[in-house]
Design a protein around this ligand. Structure first.
Ligand SMILES: Nc1nc2c(ncn2[C@@H]2O[C@H](COP(=O)(O)OP(=O)(O)O)[C@@H](O)[C@H]2O)c(=O)[nH]1
Ligand SMILES: [Mg+2]
Length: 355
């Protein structure tokens, strides 16, 4: 049994994993005061349990296991799908398409739309030379614009890799809603206190715009915020970039957010990560609570195929598009048309055309 102290639960948990490995069991996780500063203390241990006798495998036990482990089940299914797609790839015969369809397929490939998605589009087009590329694409991508009427949950949390644009997007979307509906009672909460900068940005804008500000150092603070959530119409939660081996599911458990039905999580990503990196992030940020993807730094990207790839891989809608670092006129609630304009015309959501 060991005690770990750090500025917040994220950092303390990273220490637990580095020291005790992935089988560590958390015995307690509290906010404490150390030298006058609030911080997190986790007590963790590694359990050496006797090896359980092998369970008899029956049809029911297999189904039970699968139902209990929905994430594992999805992973397996996505691997199977990947293998089917790999087998299908040589079957893509562009000469079976009409010249217009073929041109569209070649264009999408140049825009970094991946093989899996191209195979799906091909199957949709193959048997009907008059079918337009847009009717084949339409079912693959959905947008749910980031506007309060579409996102009714009280808690809106922003997750994703460090530097992706979580804090900036959160601030801009919160200020946009405040401007459109000044009576909305908004709270900005940060669980990213450790590194300092994001926390200060959030605090600064909260003070400047008359929004409430809360800090989430451990699960105790989140429980408190849930208790006082009646005071607010919307609570924006800024999550930290997760250290090396920590997954979003582990992190959410650590902060007691897994049983918060009133929370939507948005994954903030840039379109220009490599394929391997996207796969890594899809694994790391997989969660039942993920509700949308927010794409940022569109102004810095030269292809946008990854937006479609991610929509197909995750089934999540796109909710917002960010295309500049400034606070003003740099983020928009997403629509499907905006994404297609990006992909086919390199047109930013504000109408600017990418050279
Ligand atoms: N060019 C550009 N920069 C952006 C965009 N969104 C965010 N940034 C910048 O990216 C950097 C990291 O953003 P931040 O919100 O702190 O990322 P976080 O670590 O995910 O919270 C900051 O310098 C932002 O100004 C965008 O759409 N375009
Ligand atoms: Mg941040």
């Amino acid at each position: 049994m060991k005690t770990f102290k750090a500025a917040n639960s994220t950092a303390a948990f990273a220490k637990v994993k580095a020291d005790l490995g992935k089988d560590a069991v958390i015995l307690s996780n509290k906010t404490i005061t150390d030298n006058g500063c609030k911080c997190c203390e986790i007590v963790a241990a590694v359990e050496h349990s006797p090896v359980a006798p092998p369970r008899q495998v029956t049809r029911d036990s297999v189904v039970d296991d699968a139902l209990q482990d929905t994430v594992g089940w999805q992973r397996e299914w996505s691997q199977i799908k990947g293998q089917i797609m790999a087998l299908m790839k040589p079957q893509i015969d562009l000469s079976r398409l009409s010249p217009k369809q073929k041109m569209a397929m070649e264009y999408l490939e140049r825009e970094d739309v991946n093989e899996k998605v191209l195979a799906r589009i091909y199957c949709n087009l193959r048997d009907d030379p008059s079918r337009s590329i847009m009717t084949a694409l339409d079912p693959l991508l959905k947008a749910t614009p980031f506007e309060p009427m579409n996102w009714a949950n009280k808690f809106q949390a922003f997750t994703g890799p460090g530097g992706a644009g979580k804090t900036t997007s959160l601030v801009r979307l919160a200020l946009k809603i405040k401007k459109e509906k000044p009576n909305t009672r908004i709270c900005l909460a940060t669980a990213d206190g450790g590194r300092g900068k994001g926390r200060l940005v959030l605090k600064h804008y909260a003070e400047l715009s008359g929004l409430a500000f809360r800090e989430i150092i451990t699960r105790d603070d989140f429980a408190l915020l849930q208790k006082e959530s009646g005071q607010f119409d919307m609570i924006f939660v800024d999550l930290p970039g997760l250290p090396g081996k920590t997954t979003l599911e582990e992190w959410v458990h650590l902060y007691g957010m897994q049983n918060c039905p009133d929370m939507s999580m948005h994954l903030v990503l840039n379109p220009y990560y490599s394929t391997a990196q996207f796969e890594r992030f899809t694994e790391k940020y997989k969660s039942e609570q993920l509700a949308s993807v927010i794409w940022t730094k569109l102004d810095e990207a030269c292809t946008f195929g990854s937006i479609l790839n991610m929509a197909c891989a995750s089934g999540l809608p796109v909710s917002a598009l960010s295309y500049g670092a400034g606070l003003k006129n740099s983020i928009k609630a997403a629509s499907e048309e905006m994404v297609w304009r990006l992909l086919f015309m390199r047109t930013m959501p504000n109408g600017d055309i990418q050279p």
